[in-house]
Design a protein around this ligand. Sequence first.
Ligand SMILES: [Zn+2]
Length: 472
Amino acid sequence: MAAPGGTARITFHGAAGEVTGSRHLLETAGSALLLDCGLFQGRRAEALLKNRNFPFPPAYPDAVLLSHAHIDHCGLLPRLAGDGFAGPVIATRETADLLSIMLMDSARLQEADAKFFNKIHAADGETIEPLYGEKEAEQALALLRPCEPGEVVSPAAGARARFLNAGHVLGSSMIQVDFDGPSGPRRLLYTGDLGRREVPLMRPPEPPPDVDYLVMESTYGGRTHEPAAGIDSRLADLLRRAEKTGARIIIPAFALERSQEIIVAFDRLRNDPSVPRIPVYVDSPMAVNITEVFKKHLSGHAFDRDFKAYAGRDGDPFGFDFIKYVRSKEESQALNDKPGPMIIISASGMCEGGRVLHHLRNHIGQENTVILMVGYQAAGTLGRRLQDGQKKVRIFGLEHEVAASVETMPHFSSHADRDDILAFVKGLERRPRKIFLVHGEDSQRDALAEALAAEGYGGIEKPGLGETFVLD
Ligand SMILES: [Zn+2]
């Protein structure tokens, strides 16, 4: 498969002017490579439309190159495999380990959410089908080809790819692709999601190699983050308040990375005698399983040196005396009747599915509930509506009054901010021919485009959904 007439081109089939649904199709003289195959997350009707139909024949790509295991980057693989894609899915070993948890969980969520929606709407007759199930997830997992850091792989004729540490989540990578353009060899770097220069657990991103084309994420292209150093004091403050009021603190957290970062923060606070010891429940079977993968790779190259040293001193940075990992549904439901204070860390991070919806459904109407946002909330998600202060929200199709207080801790971002991105781009010795800004809402990527232009960079593109660019 290839682009016509020996040309090379890239088409942005997702995360173009928004942050979810990353899918970029790179077609060269000899190959068609899909960079990520992410699920679009947002309003149900729009999600159905964008996720159910591929804008290219599903069997068309020669290979999928996967930057990391977040669902908005890999969550449509089961649908792709179910619809006929049979090529290799290349990813790092850590990503591959995580994927077997993420995709199976996503499949179960799709099935459970559809079932629950249909049950609630039995009276009005509205029904939905799950996007995919466990069978399709297994089909996708069978296509995985793990690779080592720095290894050069040949996903298709005339293309060579290399995975470079992106410092965003465990296993996350930038993907470098070398191919023959119509007038000579060309190199493209897709950042995937780029980490900060300083993050709590991961090794910082590798400096970029010189490239002709840069596909750059722009989630926080227009702002700078709170320093991660403020995490412990803010959490300690929250725990002290919760002890006084008996609050139930619900923390919607991505099961991958954010949950582990929060767990490690509570692990650190355990050493501070001035901080009350409030029970912490990790109520997400996926987060529980992913934490096991973190432990498995703890001595590997992905983790930050300081964190490894802390882990060595602590023994188990993901476990302490007042934390409980909740697996069974019965234990999860039992939390409803337990009095506070307590902390419940539960997925999904943007409140779009999973057990956190049940905790919200049951406690969002109570003033003594705190909903603590610690991750990015994409436009159109329930998490964003709560963060925006809406007083009435729909959960599983039913309206709830919001009496709980909603707080946001911006310290935890695992995405580079504007300064991180500018420092990264300046690490290129040679200016790219083009910089494509993806994975950012318009305000953020507009701001980043301006910042890059102010630094003298040209060839900045802000692709629209489905837009194609020739790589000459
Ligand atoms: Zn990500």
